[in-house]
Design a protein around this ligand. Structure first.
Ligand code: NAD
Length: 437
C-alpha cells in the first residue's frame, strides 16, 4: 500500500464555466439543478452513483466514489459560460429541446439567472453558425485577455473557491498542429498576430491555463492538445482532459469491440451511420467540421483491434462512419451499426445494432464527472494530461510516446486505480490467487 496523495479539501464553491451553452451544456445545468432539488436521479454519473471496491473481495468494502475521494458537492457548483447567442439558459434549453418543458419549468429560475457572456467567435472555424453575442478585440491576444477578465469577474461575483472550464461549444473545422502551437512563446506571438491556426476554442483554453484552471474538451477540436497548451498547463499546474465525449455510437463501439477482440473474433467491416437533427448535427453537416468528428470517431477501432498484432483478424478492416443531418429527430439520434464478423475457420457472421439514444442525456453526466474529477486532480496537485479520464472521451489525450487506451473496461480500471492510488489503497489487479493458496 502506498501513502495517500495530499488532497486539499473541496471547500467553498466550484464554478463550472461552460463554453457554448447549447444542448449538452443546458442539459447538464438543468440536470444538476433538478438533481439538487431531488426531482431526478443522476443516472450515468460515476461520481454520483458509482462505487469502488477496496481491498479483497472478502472485505466487503465498496464505498461510493464520492464518499471515498473528496469531490465537490453538486450543491456547491455554480454554472456560468459563454455563447454567441444571447438567450439565457432557460431559453437555450427550450431551443435545444432535449428536456421536457414541464421539467425545465421546475428549475426555470436557476436557468434564467445564467446568461451567456459574449463569446470569442470567428465563423471561419464554425461555418454554419452566426450569432450576435460576440466579443470585439484588436487581436486574439486582446480577446484572450477579455476572457481572463470574465473568468476573474465570475469568480468574484459568485465567491467561488475554484473554477473548471469545459468546452461544450460546437465542433470547429479540422485543424492540424502548426508551428504556432509549438511553445508558449510562439503561441503568444500568434495571439498577437491573430494567427489563423488559433481557433476560438484555443483562446478559451489559453485563458483557462493562464489562470491555472482545469480544462476539458468535450468536442473533437484541436484545442488543448498541442505542446504550447501543455507547456502552459504544466507551468500553472492545470489538469487537462479530452477530447470529444464518448457517447452514443462510439460508446457502444468501445463496449462491443473489446468483447469481440477478447474472443479473437475477426472483423472485416464496421459500417456506422447516424441520423441527428440538433444544432450539433447542423454544424457537422459542414464537411470541415465533420472531418474533425470523423477523425475522432474512427480512431477507436484501430487501437482496440491492434491489426499489427492480429493481421489475420483485423488487417484491412473497412470502417465507415456517416452522420446525416435530419432535423425531425432533434437531439434523439438514431444510430445503426453493421458489423461483418468472421469466426472459426473463417465463417462469416453479422451483428446489427440499432441504438435509439438521446445524445445530450448521455453527454450531461460526462460533463459533470469530468468537471468534478478535474477539480479533484487540481486539488491533488496533478497537472497536465489526465489519462485516467480517458474513460469519458472518444479520442483520449495521452502522452506522445504511448498510444491512447480506448477499451472502456481498461479505461474504467485505470480510473478506479487512480482513485485508489490517490487514497493510498491497494491497486486491484484481479489476480485473485490469494483466495486459493
Ligand atoms: N451530445 C453528445 O452526445 C456529444 C458527444 C460528444 C461530443 N459532443 C460535442 O459537444 C459539443 C456541443 O454539442 P451540443 O449538442 O451541445 O451542440 P449545440 O450546437 O447545441 O451547442 C453548442 C453551442 O456552442 C456555441 N458556440 C459555438 N462556438 C462558440 C464559441 N466560440 N464560443 C462560445 N459558444 C460557442 C453555439 O452557439 C451553441 O449554442 C459539440 O462540439 C459536439 O460535437 C456532443
Amino acid at each position: 500500500m502506498s501513502s495517500p496523495v495530499q488532497i486539499a479539501p473541496a471547500r467553498g464553491k466550484l464554478g463550472v464555466l461552460l463554453v457554448g451553452l447549447g444542448a449538452v451544456a443546458t442539459t447538464t445545468i438543468a440536470g444538476v439543478c433538478a438533481i439538487r432539488k431531488g426531482l431526478a436521479p443522476p443516472i450515468g454519473s460515476l461520481t454520483q452513483m458509482g462505487t469502488i471496491r477496496l481491498g479483497k473481495r472478502t472485505e466487503g468494502r465498496s464505498p461510493k466514489i464520492n464518499e471515498f475521494v473528496p469531490l465537490a458537492d453538486l450543491n456547491d457548483i455554480v454554472f456560468g459560460g459563454w455563447d454567441i447567442f444571447e438567450e439565457d439558459c432557460y431559453a437555450a434549453a427550450r431551443t435545444a429541446g432535449v428536456l421536457e418543458n414541464g421539467q425545465l419549468d421546475r428549475v426555470r429560475g436557476e436557468l434564467e439567472a445564467i446568461r451567456p457572456m459574449p463569446a470569442v467567435f470567428d465563423q471561419r472555424y464554425v461555418k454554419r453558425l452566426h450569432g450576435p453575442n460576440v466579443k470585439k478585440g484588436k487581436n486574439k491576444r486582446d480577446l484572450a485577455e477579455q476572457v481572463i477578465t470574465d473568468i476573474r469577474a465570475f469568480k468574484e461575483r459568485h465567491a467561488c473557491d475554484r473554477l473548471v472550464m469545459v468546452w461544450t461549444g460546437s465542433t470547429e473545422v479540422y485543424m492540424k498542429e502548426a508551428p504556432v502551437h509549438a511553445s508558449v512563446t510562439s503561441f503568444e506571438r500568434g495571439l498577437e498576430q491573430s494567427d489563423e491556426s488559433i481557433p476560438s476554442s484555443m483562446v478559451y483554453a489559453y485563458a483557462a491555463f493562464r489562470e491555472g484552471i482545469p480544462f476539458a474538451n468535450a468536442a473533437p477540436n484541436l484545442t488543448a492538445d498541442v505542446p504550447a497548451m501543455l507547456e502552459l498547463a504544466a507551468r500553472t499546474g492545470a489538469p487537462v482532459a479530452g477530447n470529444d465525449m464518448k457517447t452514443g455510437q462510439t460508446l457502444i463501439k468501445t463496449i462491443i469491440a473489446p468483447g469481440l477482440k477478447a474472443r479473437l473474433l475477426g472483423v472485416r467491416g464496421w459500417y456506422s451511420t447516424n441520423i441527428l437533427g440538433n444544432r450539433d448535427g447542423e454544424v457537422l453537416d459542414d464537411p470541415e467540421s465533420f472531418k474533425t468528428k470523423e477523425e475522432s470517431k474512427k480512431s477507436a477501432l484501430d487501437y482496440i483491434f491492434q491489426p499489427h498484432l492480429y493481421p489475420e483478424l483485423y488487417k484491412d478492416l473497412c470502417h465507415v462512419v456517416r452522420i446525416n443531418y435530419y432535423p425531425p429527430r432533434g437531439d434523439n439520434k438514431e444510430g445503426w451499426d453493421n458489423i461483418d464478423l468472421i469466426g472459426w475457420l473463417g465463417y462469416p457472421m453479422q451483428l446489427k445494432i440499432n441504438f435509439l439514444c438521446r445524445d445530450s442525456i448521455l453527454a450531461a453526466p460526462i460533463v459533470v464527472d469530468s468537471a468534478l474529477f478535474l477539480d479533484l486532480a487540481k486539488r491533488a496537485g496533478m497537472s497536465g494530461i489526465q489519462e485516467w479520464l480517458s474513460f469519458y472521451f472518444k479520442a483520449p489525450m495521452h502522452a506522445r510516446e504511448v498510444y491512447p487506451e480506448h477499451d472502456l473496461f481498461i479505461q474504467l480500471m485505470k480510473l478506479k486505480n487512480t482513485l485508489r492510488h490517490m487514497q493510498g489503497e491497494e491497486l486491484i489487479t484481479h489476480l485473485g490467487r490469494e483466495y486459493y493458496d
